[in-house]
Design a protein around this ligand. Structure first.
Ligand code: PLP
Length: 394
């Protein structure tokens, strides 16, 4: 009998975390690494949120919380969904978890049976595929292309559906491509789904506020989709609160209750101080964090300008999040400074070793022709990093 379960042996390590660990190792050896691999804002949590946490500590918030979150926080989530997304949820439809990641895991665990298929438009966020697999689901990847702004079309969705399809998972704005689905595009997908009433959608909207075109649209807003959509969100990205670990979902009541049940056996309620701070964050107007979004947009334009000046990089124009996902397949088969580049992983490792810039291979996101570059870094770091990349590939 082996020490470890097949479940864990079959799971891949999160590529973004693995790349960050490798970059840290090289840094510890004294190498001047510029990290463009991580999915977290380089801003500090705003003071008004920190003050709410300090107040919660002073007010002795230290006990276990209700498994699905404090009622005041769930109420703030309901207010946020109404204010920003025109979605009406009731208290039993909301579950607060330890990050949006736990929301996703809970949903997979409570909804998937062995062999159920989950459609994942590629590129998708790294953890989707492994969360589906560990829940005994089968990821069904739908390839998209840079020409189509990395979005799944209605025809592609239709072609991927089988009698075993249980769910569709996607993020908009998308990590890693930065693509944002418009209302018309979501309506086209919904039109297909209306013909298949048993298929549910996970709409991961964690980058909702980091949107450079305005007008975020939730899948649950689209006609006929509310009763079959699980809307996932959280505070990690827009409020620069990755380490606070608070995410939440709004879902049909039976699904939310099941998430509450599994969470009650696995982790219990999320951290009490973080929950109190998030009540303050969500009750504020999103305009309070607009300065970060404005800065991300300036950096997006800077990164695109610099990358488009390098032969062999092809980019789309990301409309949200803080990543670009250039196609670098023109380097495959070439030898750069004595190193043969066969795929995106080779290319990403080459950039780490030769340019001392950490990126993430697109293979981790289900797209083997691209790499992900995060611009959650200062403009000076971005300029220096892309200068080094240009030198390394010239
Ligand atoms: N969904 C997407 C698309 C993400 O990019 C991330 C984090 O990188 C998460 C979910 C998880 O967020 P959280 O920090 O709330 O667990």
């Amino acid at each position: 009998m082996s020490l470890l379960s097949e479940r864990i042996m079959n799971m891949s390590t999160s590529a973004t975390l693995a790349m960050a660990a490798k970059a840290r190792e090289l840094k510890a050896e004294g190498k001047d690494i510029i990290g463009l691999s991580l999915g977290e804002p380089d801003f500090n949590t705003p003071d008004f949120i920190k003050e709410a946490a300090i107040q919660a500590i002073n007010e002795d918030y230290n006990s276990y919380t209700p498994v699905d979150g404090y009622v005041e926080l769930k109420q703030a989530v309901i207010t946020k969904f109404k204010r920003d997304n025109n979605l009406t949820y009731t208290l039993p439809q909301i579950v607060v978890s330890t990050g949006a990641k736990q929301c996703l895991y809970n949903v997979a665990m409570v909804m998937l049976n062995s062999g159920d298929e989950v459609i994942l438009p590629c590129p998708y966020w790294v953890s989707y595929s492994d969360i589906v697999k560990v829940s005994e689901g089968v990821p069904v990847e739908v390839a998209t292309s840079i020409e189509n702004d990395f979005k799944m079309t209605a025809a592609q969705l239709e072609a991927a559906i089988t009698p075993k399809t249980k769910m569709v998972w996607f993020s908009s704005p998308c990590n890693p491509s930065g693509s944002v689905y418009s209302r018309e595009e979501l309506e086209a997908l919904a039109e297909v789904l209306r013909k298949h009433p048993n298929i549910y959608v996970v709409s991961d909207e964690i980058y909702e506020h980091i949107n450079f075109i305005g007008g975020h649209v939730s899948m649950a807003e689209i006609d006929g989709m509310y009763d079959r959509t699980i809307t996932i969100n959280g505070v990690s990205k827009a409020f620069a609160m990755t380490g606070w670990r608070i995410g939440y979902l709004g879902a049909p009541e039976a699904i939310a209750r099941a998430c509450n049940k599994i969470q009650g056996q696995v982790t219990s309620g999320a951290n009490c101080i973080a929950q109190r701070a998030v009540i303050t964050a969500l009750n504020e107007s999103p305009s309070k964090v607009q300065f970060m979004i404005d800065e991300f947009k300036v950096r997006r334009d800077l990164v695109l300008d610099l990358l488009n000046d390098i032969d062999g990089f092809t980019t789309n124009t990301p409309e949200g999040a803080f990543y670009v996902f250039p196609n670098i397949s023109s380097f495959f088969g070439k030898t750069l400074k004595g190193k043969k580049i066969n795929n995106a992983t080779d290319f990403s490792l080459y950039l780490l070793e030769e340019a001392l810039v950490a990126t993430v291979t697109g293979e981790a996101f289900g797209n083997p022709n691209c790499i992900r570059i995060s611009y959650a870094a200062s403009q000076d770091q971005i300029i220096e990093a892309i200068k080094r990349i240009k030198e390394a590939v010239s």
